[in-house]
Design a binder for this molecule. Sequence first.
Ligand SMILES: [Zn+2]
Length: 465
Amino acid sequence: MPLTLYDTMARKKRPFAPADPRRVTMYVCGPTVYNYAHIGNFRPVVVFDVLFRLLRRLYGEDAVVYAANVTDVDDKINARAAEEGVAIAEVAERYLAAYNADAAALGALPPTAQPRATETMDAIVAMIGRLVGNNAAYAAEGHVLFDTQAFGDYGKLSGRPLDEMIAGARVEVAPYKRHPADFVLWKPSKPGEPEWESPWGSGRPGWHIECSAMIEQQLGLPIDIHGGGIDLVFPHHENELAQGLCDGHRHAAYANYWLHNGFLNMAEEKMSKSVGNVALAHDLLQSQPGEAIRWALLAAHYRQPLAWTDDALIQARNSLDHLYGVLGRARHVQAGGSGLLAEDQLAPLLDDLNTPSAMFLLKKLANDLDAAVRRDAGSAPAIKQDLMALAGVMGLLQAEPQAWFQGGADEGLKARIDALIGARDSARAAKDWGEADRIRAELTALNVEVMDGPAGATWRIKEQA
Ligand SMILES: [Zn+2]
């Protein structure tokens, strides 16, 4: 079963074939680092992390090059720095570090490359120069603008023909634009803003050119997969595409597959304790395990809108409690062999990353494993192998079951609980049921739930009511 992906350009699912299976290339538009990122910004991070893991599994760990940019030149960063009275670079550094820490907490592998706009300036200026030289861009009043009328396919990705954009243009179109849809490649900086030298005067680049220059520098055209949120199709990706194909290198395509994830819609309930209303991943991670947030982000198909509610997070935790419970009871089982064909393990993901269907398969395999462990059946190692193989590509179930259940306990408390569990095991072995019950009551007072299984007792800190 081949991997099929929905291509926004073709408006249908297509079998995926990389231009070079030894070097599969993927680019996903990354953050503008001026603040902690909204949970919605982490939906593409997690979705394309699953695709990255799947491609690594299919083509080899070293055969996939995944670049995600960092926009560290932006008005919002400048405004934040001025507001706080600190250097612009300090704001960018701080929020990039926070973004990467949050992405790691959500189980996302680091991209192969994370280029920054400030470190790509030579390539950006060189690309603008080629666009001007190729009559695809023009300088006007200290700006350089892309000439949308020079690119016959402008509007093809988003399905918006150029003539319709004239009618839709607002009245305050800058007078130096030849066409209302023309967009900025280079612009003068205001006093106090960072600026770089260029043949058109000192200034800084527009946002769209950053991605095109990075793609060419990091990956080379055409790339196999370009990803991002659905809100980026127009104008950002339409403009990236136009730039990439007009700089004189005569590539037939900019990206062979365009993938876009749907919106994340915040809960509307206004209860004070509602976690569904917590907008920043950084804040949400204070009260929720990263893996539960990851599960909730993958619980809807990536092209569908995702309703972000308390219920989605509760269901995610319950599902993970169940799966880790099974793995805890099966912790003496050594995974090995396989009950499924390798491609059947991954079948839901190969079908345009159908993560809800993959979660259904995870739960089915977990139930099969639980039954096999209970019967002490010989099929348990193969079922565990299939379960962990699928979970690994989804970036789920990578913790020890004990660590999942004990995530809320500090080291001192863990040691005390382990000692009590040990004393209870001894009391039970000695058939001293009174002492075993007394210890269990003590554990209950510590808000600890004891779970007895074939390989001994495990425990978890219960949810606070
Ligand atoms: Zn981009």
